[in-house]
Design a protein around this ligand. Structure first.
Ligand code: GLY
Length: 310
């Protein structure tokens, strides 16, 4: 202790959060300050400003926070025009009697708290959206280069960051621009307490990145924490949830020939003793860890090797 972990895009977030924790700042303020760096970075195209837009070319953001010591949470879904949705989620927690605000209501709330409404679509994200739109069909009027069939896998990148301080206090946040080119109004797991994030100060914290629909269906982060409550170490707790996701994915359009999911999900967990883990369905993921001494990327564990047609 203390420990801060995050998804692989969060190496600057873990450094910032640890710096704040060392200054005695609350773990929730620390993780939100950490992910704010990533939300404001136009080069991170799956979170905040510069994130991939929805199918109309508009960036819509989801985020949540959870504070272990007070067992409180806040969240925003389908929020447009605000660069730091995790901070708005924190204000929903601190300044309302609610957990979740969405769409225009979330934007009005953010503006009431002094957030500027800005265009979050960068040139790079607009070009990626236009290429996607042009390659959707050879029956429409949007012509791509050679009716480009890009084979482009739609990202569901996200940042999750969880922290434990020396007093044993835990907090977490998850923030994302969601599935690239989603139907407007689609909300993934990231702002849903129990899915993209869950914190119980007596047990541990967990968060998720990847295909949000599978994480919502499995109540993933909540089950990771419940598994730790019943004695599992973080790694084992995560693998159990990944196994359940694989078992429950029966829709053929989501499966490779071998019956394995065509998507990936990754979970991150810290327990009350400062033990932590990250694992995904398939290999290749990295995650960021600040263990109080050093800040580094580590290889995530995994459940399955990708099948040959994957
Ligand atoms: N996990 C991010 C999303 O599905 O929106």
């Amino acid at each position: 202790m203390p420990v801060v972990i995050a998804s692989g895009n969060g190496i600057n977030a873990t450094a910032m959060a640890m710096e704040k924790i060392r200054q005695g700042i609350d773990t929730l303020d620390a993780v939100v300050a950490g992910v704010n760096l990533v939300e404001e970075d136009p080069n991170e195209m799956t979170v905040g400003y510069g994130g991939y837009p929805n199918d109309q070319g508009v960036v819509e953001l989801d985020a949540c926070v959870m504070h272990g010591p007070t067992y409180r949470a806040g969240s925003v879904g389908a929020l447009k025009g605000v660069k730091r949705p995790s901070r708005v989620a924190q204000l929903v927690m601190e300044r309302t009697d609610h957990i979740m605000l969405v769409g225009d209501g979330a934007l009005a709330f953010a503006k009431a708290h002094g957030f500027k409404e800005e265009d979050l679509l960068t040139e790079k994200a607009r070009e990626a959206w236009l290429k996607w739109k042009e390659s959707l069909s050879d029956q429409d009027d949007w012509l791509g280069e050679d009716e480009r069939k890009l084979g482009f896998e739609r990202p569901t990148g996200t940042i999750n960051c969880c922290a434990l301080n020396e007093k044993g206090e835990l907090s977490g946040t998850t923030t994302t621009s969601g599935l690239a080119f989603k139907i407007p109004g689609r909300v993934g797991d990231s702002p849903i307490i129990g899915a993209g994030l869950y914190v119980d100060n007596e047990v541990g914290a967990a968060g998720a990145t990847g295909r949000g629909e599978a994480v919502i269906l499995s109540s993933g982060s909540r089950i990771v924490v419940e598994n730790m409550r019943h004695g599992m170490k973080p790694h084992e707790a995560i693998l159990d949830v990944l196994e359940r996701i694989c078992q429950k994915t029966v829709d053929r359009r989501l499966l490779y020939r071998k019956g394995y999911p065509k998507f990936n999900d990754t979970f991150y967990a810290i327990n009350k003793d400062g033990e932590y883990a990250c694992a995904a369905i398939y290999p290749g993921a990295k995650f960021a860890v600040h263990n109080g001494k050093e800040n580094a990327l580590q290889d995530a564990g995994y459940l399955l090797e990708r099948p040959e047609d994957g």
